[in-house]
Design a binder for this molecule. Structure first.
Ligand code: AMP
Ligand code: DBH
Length: 550
């Protein structure tokens, strides 16, 4: 059912992608045994004291895939996966791929609202959750959600507190019986490479996240292309600190990219600098990825110099705007090279090269990872802009699906009739093909008809030495419609006034109508589950209590 609902790529293009070697025609689960045969006893996954070799991983994945089948899960069924960054996440994900069960990558902060509506939409047959996580009873939540779904759904629980009515995950992971026979049995039932392998969620901060169906073929290419852009290899030790189910951490190149390269994955359930630095030091981590907010806390924490971060070669930073001045400080602060990444769960990923010169690594968000990625920058009427001009980015390519899952109305908005995905991002493309993200189409603040890009203001305010983090949002205004409001978290011991912001931005040559007219200094900015500034929450703050916040 899921595969029939997917908007396919045009047949002629699919042929081109196959002939070019982008799509290899193999399901993702089949690589698990390639890796095991090649890397055997080498460590694949590290979670605290728990270590899995490539061989352990393949055996556990097969054992779990078989148990999924015995529980009644069929290829093409979906399951909601809501697991923290622990080793079980990796085994569950790969076991789903192996059997052709489609995991929906929920994030740990999701609750009844998201789980119920998404579970119903994909007709989920199971929920895979931790027992208790960060003091929250996910097992109880999963049972409430399961009871409200249109079809019966089982609750599989990672952890030791497995209640009656739930299935304990750990007991399913122990390989039993004839591994060879099981492997053949699973090989015979392997899904088609053109089938949906997983659902990613778009991180949109409005409404229920949209479901992005990624096929085995397209996601394997996504992973492989990102791994190449990041120079991943068998000596890579990748630290996963952002939510594992997010496209950035999962496959760009992230966890799956490290495994596909014969490297090692170190999982941490939080990006807290103390635990992250300790893991970098003890596991000799070579690469990690972070949103700008996390990179900033790491840069501040690294000043204390208490940990040996010398093994770190690259940090991938993306997900929201990174001001060039901050970008220039990332490498020196952490003793590694910065690779900026501009990506989306909908497909297209751009990376600055692993050894890009400073002017590229600091001032651009990189180049597409595949030569088959197509970029088109258009004006408000959908006409291509002149080279180097700013416009909305449209994209198509071998790992950018042609539509959201079962969402005809949304697809009519988000995709053009000829299959371009409208990113909603304002970008310009440099002469040598690097993308510079300039803002979001919908984050234009309309001040009496003058359009102001929130991203442009954020980049400039972020450069002020007082500022740790900033987000610009429109504040409704009776006279001009909207004015620019900046929410700012200050660096410790600093103060900042609206007048200081105005004079600094004026000195930078910013047009007067763009100067922020309201400043809110806050202790913490709200973030989305992956760590992007949560603009919707900030707007709500301004609308809900205008007088109080003012
Ligand atoms: P999603 O569609 O939820 O996967 O989120 C992808 C969106 O995050 C992109 O369309 C951009 O708006 C934003 N984004 C990702 N990387 C960057 C970046 N390096 N700079 C600015 N925005 C980014
Ligand atoms: O923001 C994103 O969604 C994102 C950022 C960097 C992403 O999906 C990715 C890399 O793959």
């Amino acid at each position: 059912m899921i595969n029939d609902t997917m908007v396919p790529w045009p047949a002629d293009l699919a042929e081109v992608y196959r002939a070019a070697g982008c799509w290899r025609g193999r399901p993702l689960g089949s690589y698990v045994w390639d890796w095991a045969e090649r890397w055997g006893e080498r460590t694949a996954v590290v979670d605290g004291d728990h270590r899995l070799s490539y061989l352990d991983l393949a055996l556990s994945v097969d054992a779990l895939a078989e148990r999924f089948a015995l529980l009644g899960l069929r290829p093409g069924d979906s399951v909601l996966v809501q697991l923290p960054n622990r080793w079980e996440f990796v085994v569950v994900t790969l076991a789903c791929f192996r059997l052709g069960v489609v995991p929906v990558m929920m994030l740990p902060p999701h609750r009844e609202h998201e789980l119920t509506s998404i579970g119903a939409h994909v007709r989920a047959k199971a929920l895979i959750v931790p027992d208790v996580w960060r003091g929250y009873d996910h097992q109880a939540l999963a049972h409430r959600v399961a009871a409200s779904l249109p079809e019966p759904a089982q609750v599989l629980v990672a952890g030791s507190q497995v209640r009656s009515g739930s299935v304990g995950l750990r007991a399913l992971l122990t390989p039993r019986g004839d591994g060879g026979a099981r492997r053949r049995w699973l090989d015979e039932r392997a899904p088609a490479a053109s089938d949906v392998a997983l659902f990613l969620l778009s991180g949109g901060t409005t409404g229920i996240p949209k479901l992005i169906n990624r096929t085995h073929d397209d996601y394997e290419y996504n992973i492989r292309s990102c791994a190449r852009a990041c120079a991943f290899g068998p000596d890579t030790v990748y630290l996963a600190v952002l939510p594992a189910g997010h496209n950035f951490t999962l496959g760009s190149p992230g966890i799956l990219g490290a495994l596909h390269s014969g490297g090692r994955v170190v999982l941490l359930p939080s990006p807290h600098p103390e635990t992250a630095f300790k893991a970098i030091e003890t596991e000799r981590v070579t690469a990690t990825s972070a949103v700008p907010a996390v990179a900033l806390t790491w840069m501040a924490a690294a000043e204390a110099g208490r940990y040996d971060l010398s093994s770190l070669r690259h940090i991938h930073v993306g997900g929201s705007v990174l001001a060039p001045e901050i970008a220039a400080r990332v490498g020196p602060a952490l003793g590694c090279r910065l690779q900026q990444v501009y990506g989306m769960a909908e497909g297209l990923i751009c990376y600055t090269g692993a050894d890009a010169p400073a002017e590229v690594a600091h001032a651009t968000q990189g180049r597409p990872v595949s030569p088959y990625d197509q970029l088109l920058v258009v004006d408000r009427d959908g006409r291509p802009v002149a080279p180097g001009e700013i416009g909305e980015l449209l994209t198509r390519g071998p790992y950018t699906p042609r539509g959201y899952y079962d969402a005809a109305d949304q697809n009519a908005i988000s995709f053009t009739p000829d299959g371009w995905y409208r990113t909603g991002d304002l970008v310009r493309v440099t002469a040598d093909g690097h993308v510079v993200v300039c803002g979001r189409v919908k984050e234009l603040i309309n001040r009496g008809g003058e359009k102001i890009s929130a991203g442009e203001i954020e980049t400039l305010v972020q450069e002020l030495p007082q500022v740790a983090e900033v987000a610009a949002v429109p504040v409704p205004d009776p006279a001009v419609g909207e004015r620019v409001c900046v929410f700012v978290r200050l660096n410790p011991g600093h103060r900042l006034t609206l007048e200081e912001i105005a004079s600094a931005l004026t000195a930078r040559g910013l047009a007067a109508f763009k100067i922020p007219e309201r400043l809110e200094v806050v202790d913490e900015l709200p973030h989305t589950p992956v760590g992007k500034p949560d603009k919707k929450a900030l707007r709500r703050l301004l609308v809900a209590a205008p007088a109080e916040v003012a």
